[in-house]
Design a protein around this ligand. Structure first.
Ligand SMILES: [Zn+2]
Ligand SMILES: [Zn+2]
Length: 310
């Protein structure tokens, strides 16, 4: 099986990666993609991928972490109000340089042979309560900055012919707008909507994520929340099998055990791990009515196509 999205580069797995990969292999999970969310975690993803067979990396700056540049921007703009002009231009330059430097570092990482994708990148309108950023809030300026980063990183994916891992949370309209304006989308169409929101009902205005994905041959990543979220279960029944890939998003999105069976609900403990991927697979296989064997085989083939791994 192929876990197309697991953050083995996150703190939850510090010093434990060997064991986590071994238990995943024992559970039949042999391929992994580790996505970065900023420069540091992208570097770490590459380090891990270069060390283990079957492990690949994605590099990129996640929309949530673009808040660091937003904070810097606000800080530097406040110099404008104070009319300290020489200082302001110095700070402006520093701010722009920071962004450029970070994108250059991401670009450098793309030359590693174990890097198969740019990701995770995209747009995120969710207001996180648990975040390292103080006063985290979603304003239109911040969304514009997220879009800029998304577009820059999309260009990198085109330039280096890498797959694109798209993170969308509550920002379908923005994401589809960027993708619809992208002239090269059809040329380099190895894309996945990771942890895809269950959006398949056509309302008449914008297309559903599923319809857009079908039109542009975009893969759909499904996570452990399918084990308890009715809407996701309805959603997976609508996804064409050749577009489906599996992911744990470890250490997050713990699947639930024996949800359907009885009163006593068993819960897995944080962190989620790639070894839990079979729980997701068996839930989906049961929901769509095919054998687990077949589902595992098809999703593994899909994932290899998605990331260009033979
Ligand atoms: Zn994500
Ligand atoms: Zn993720």
């Amino acid at each position: 099986m192929f876990d197309t999205h697991c953050h083995l580069n996150f703190k939850a797995f510090d010093g434990k990666v060997d064991g986590v990969i071994e238990s995943a292999r024992n559970a039949g999970v042999n391929y992994f993609v580790v996505p970065g969310t900023d420069v540091e975690s992208s570097k770490k993803a590459v380090e891990i991928a270069e060390k283990f067979k079957g492990v690949y990396a994605a590099v990129g700056i996640h929309p949530h972490h673009i808040y660091q540049y937003q904070i810097a921007k606000i800080k530097y703009q406040s110099f404008d109000k104070l009319r300290i002009d020489p200082e302001r231009s110095r700070m402006d330059q520093k701010y722009i340089l920071n962004i450029k430097n970070d994108l250059i570092q991401i670009e450098r990482l793309l030359t590693s042979t174990k890097v198969v994708a740019v990701g995770e990148v995209g747009i995120d309108r969710h207001i996180y309560k648990n975040t390292k950023y103080q006063d985290y809030n979603i304003g239109e300026n911040f969304i514009d900055l997220q879009k800029e980063f998304f577009i820059e990183q999309l260009k990198l994916a085109h330039k280096y012919k890498k797959t694109l891992i798209i993170h969308n949370r509550e920002a379908k309209k923005d994401i589809l707008e960027v993708l619809s304006n992208d002239q090269q989308l059809a040329i380099n169409n190895r894309i996945v909507f990771h942890c895809c929101e269950p959006d398949f009902v056509e309302t008449g205005h914008a297309p559903s994520l599923l319809r857009f994905a079908k039109k542009h041959k975009i893969y759909i990543g499904v996570d452990g929340d399918v084990t308890y979220w009715k809407e996701k279960q309805d959603f997976v029944k609508k996804i064409p099998l050749e577009m489906l890939v599996l992911e744990t998003d470890s250490p997050f999105i713990l699947p639930r055990l024996n949800r359907d069976i009885g009163k006593q609900e068993k819960h897995l403990k944080f962190p989620n791990e790639p070894k839990n991927l079979p729980l997701i697979a068996s839930c989906i296989a049961a929901k769509i009515g095919i054998s687990l064997d077949k589902l595992e085989k098809i999703t593994e083939e899909n994932s290899k196509k998605l990331f260009g791994i033979s």
